[in-house]
Design a protein. Structure first.
Length: 140
């Protein structure tokens, strides 16, 4: 699954980025696809949301979409974002407390100039793409 080419509109959005955020976004994209495959969250749809690559589980009832975002307003970071009311960020904060930089209840911000922590990214992806499944199990 990690060999999947992005849709043309997603590829075009990625190609418009400066070199450093483009390279990091492609790296994060590969980690998202690998983590989704490892968690058996397939198929995964890839679209543009707010001009950013977004990855959603199919069916959507499994979890919440993840977006990768970079902005000229904060050029030194790249973010992984989830729906702010999903509850995923509460789980992430419980696990990582102050070890990460957070964008409120929307996502995590990673430094652009260092390699992303693969374990953290993969766990974040797995939590987001499967959290509704886990939530249903916990209610039973």
């Amino acid at each position: 699954m990690t060999e999947m080419d992005p849709p043309k509109d997603v590829q075009a959005a990625i190609e418009r980025l400066p070199a450093a955020p483009r390279a990091r976004m492609l790296e994060l994209r590969a980690l998202i696809l690998a983590a989704a495959a490892e968690a058996k969250v397939t198929p995964l749809t890839e679209t543009l949301k707010w001009g950013q690559p977004s990855f959603a589980p199919v069916p959507r009832s499994a979890g919440t979409p993840i977006r990768i975002g970079w902005s000229e307003k904060t050029p030194e970071t790249i973010g992984l974002f989830v729906h702010c009311q999903s509850g995923v960020m509460n789980l992430v904060r419980d696990i990582y407390t102050d070890a990460l930089t957070y964008d409120k209840n929307r996502g995590i911000l990673l430094p652009l100039n260092t390699a992303p922590p693969e374990t953290v990214v993969c766990q974040f992806v797995t939590l987001a793409l499967t959290y509704k499944r886990k939530r249903r199990v916990l209610r039973v």
